[in-house]
Design a protein around this ligand. Structure first.
Ligand code: SF4
Ligand code: SF4
Length: 94
């Protein structure tokens, strides 16, 4: 089982040094960090929490083995997704 980093990754480099399996790498193909599924152990045996998802500041950038965001929208900012959508709409209206 492995986690996945998707294109919303902002290349902040926070996760890469924390990975106990050295599974995180910069992909030249996609231009953002990715996880080698053959190396990712989901941190089992090393840490209780998946280290990359624990530090990643971008909601939705890391998915679990089922493709579900580990930090879904609102989980880090504390802003409910509906409220964020309203605020963005208000900003765009001006
Ligand atoms: S879940 Fe753990 S082993 Fe897998 S990429 Fe993230 S830090 Fe590395
Ligand atoms: S911590 Fe998140 S945003 Fe930063 S490089 Fe890793 S996946 Fe990308």
């Amino acid at each position: 089982m492995a986690l996945q980093i998707i294109e919303s990754c902002v290349n902040c480099y926070a996760c890469e040094p924390l990975c106990p399996s050295k599974a995180i790498y910069m992909s030249e193909k996609t231009g953002h960090f990715r996880i080698n599924p053959k190396k990712c152990t989901e941190c089992e045996g090393d840490f209780k929490d998946t280290q990359c998802a624990s530090i990643c500041p971008i909601e939705g950038a890391i998915l679990d083995a089922l493709g579900v965001p580990i930090n879904p929208p609102g989980s880090l900012t504390g802003i409910p997704p509906e409220r964020m959508a309203e605020a963005m709409a208000e900003l765009q209206a001006h």
